[in-house]
Write a protein that binds this ligand. Structure first.
Ligand SMILES: C[S@@+](CC[C@H](N)C(=O)[O-])C[C@H]1O[C@@H](n2cnc3c(N)ncnc32)[C@H](O)[C@@H]1O
Length: 138
């Protein structure tokens, strides 16, 4: 079954202010794991603006088809295919990253997922790695 490219208006609204902050943070970094990539819109935008980075998308598998549509259309050199990652149930990638980025995911996860995310993220980070979260928080 063919699906249309998914679209989230919020990504268009928040991508610029997020970029303004993360661009300097990621200036000397090489690879980023994005958790909960959703549509894939942030990935193509940030990867295009920061071509020195490899931007690794991830999400639950049901999101992959949509993410791939965005990645395929953008056809960038620095966006490998998404990897399956539910922070609680999937095996985390056998890799370390200079940064983990996640937008608008933590506040919709169950609390036990958040706990697993915070427990696992440091194991995936290189020395000096950054854990970057965007979203609504109390
Ligand atoms: C509101 S969407 C945000 C998507 C995108 N990051 C954005 O800013 O538009 C929340 C995302 O969190 C992901 N998510 C929720 N629970 C998760 C979990 N346990 N592990 C990994 N991702 C999860 C969803 O699959 C979804 O892609």
């Amino acid at each position: 079954m063919q699906i249309n490219k998914p679209y989230a208006e919020s990504c268009d609204q928040n991508r610029e202010p997020i970029l303004e902050v993360i661009q300097s943070l990621l200036k000397k970094k090489k690879n980023v794991l994005e958790v909960g990539s959703g549509t894939g819109q942030h990935a193509v935008y940030f990867a295009e603006k920061m071509p020195h980075l490899v931007w690794q998308t991830s999400d639950q598998e049901s999101y992959h088809q949509g993410i791939k549509l965005w990645l395929d259309e953008a056809d960038l050199d620095n966006t490998p295919p998404p990897i399956a990652l539910n922070v609680s149930t999937n095996t985390w990638p056998d890799n370390v990253y200079d940064a983990i980025f996640s937008a608008n995911a933590v506040h919709i996860m169950a609390w036990e997922n958040v706990v697993d995310f915070f427990a696992n993220a440091p194991k995936q980070l290189a020395t000096g790695g950054l854990f970057i979260l965007y979203g609504p928080f109390n």
